[in-house]
Design a protein. Structure first.
Length: 264
């Protein structure tokens, strides 16, 4: 593992926030032969970030991220490093992304190896040929920390109940959390959230209003049931009247027959 530089998070001069900056190590050297071997074998390039502890702490926080070596070569060693910092300033994680141009080749087969010192990475050869073997990475660093969430009020808003429902009235028996209730609630008696000082209704429900679902079926059954019994009783009465009329007619014929016999 080769040290490449230091990332520092310092106060920004432009505003009151913080800014991250990368300071490369001037003594670091890039092993171009090892890098070309990594790209040829489709191996991974691993970036390790170490957190420098204070004098009292001996433990060191270490996070890492890996990308394909060919992706880093296609980006011409342009990279973006992102750090995640906890609310206490501790290092949590790191994200590593090579910045690949849309015009870059899809594979690394047509790209020159770093051992040939391509100009797109190392620049043109000039007087400072010794600097060509240094770290030619173009690094961009950033960091992100926690963000405070939106404050949620603990007191419920004052509103009327939905249609068909009703809030419980405040009394000594129902005393929930004092955080519940409207804006003018006096927490001495407790209560359920609702409209403060809701006037009592003077209307009282009647017996029919409360038990209509029982009275209505009984009344319907009584009306239809009584009509059937009366219809059945009427034919029986007509039959009886017809029988009596037939008996009277038969009696009259017999009497007429007997009278005729007496005259003879």
């Amino acid at each position: 593992m080769t040290s490449r530089g230091t990332i520092k998070i310092t106060p920004s001069e432009a505003d009151s926030g913080l800014v991250a900056s990368f300071h490369p190590d001037s003594s670091a050297q890039l092993d171009t032969a090892a890098f070309d071997n990594m790209v040829e074998n489709s191996a991974l390039y691993t970036l390790v970030v170490l957190e420098e502890g204070d004098n009292t702490s001996k433990s060191t926080q270490e996070v890492s991220a890996s990308v394909p070596g060919c992706s880093l070569r296609r980006s011409n060693l342009r990279e973006e490093i992102g750090l995640s910092i906890s609310p206490t300033g501790k290092l949590l994680s790191v994200s590593y992304r090579p910045i690949i141009s849309p015009l870059a080749p899809k594979t690394c087969q047509k790209l020159k190896p770093l051992s040939e010192k391509p100009e797109v990475i190392f620049g043109r050869k000039g007087e400072n040929d010794e600097e060509l073997s240094a770290m030619p990475f173009k690094t961009t660093v950033s960091f992100e920390s926690h963000k405070p969430m939106m404050a949620i009020p603990t007191v419920l808003p004052q509103q009327r109940p939905p249609p068909g429902l009703k809030w419980y009235r405040r009394n000594a028996k129902n005393s929930p959390s004092p955080l519940l209730g409207g804006s003018n609630v006096k927490h001495e008696g407790g209560g359920i959230p609702g409209v403060d000082d809701e006037p009592a209704s003077g209307w009282k429900s009647s017996f029919l209003y409360r038990y209509w679902y029982i009275i209505l079926p009984v009344a319907i059954m009584g009306l239809f049931g009584g009509g059937d019994e009366g219809g059945q009783a009427a034919p029986s009465g007509a039959a009886a009247a017809g029988a009596s009329a037939g008996a009277v007619a038969a009696g009259g014929v017999s009497q007429a027959t007997q009278r005729r016999g007496k005259r003879d």
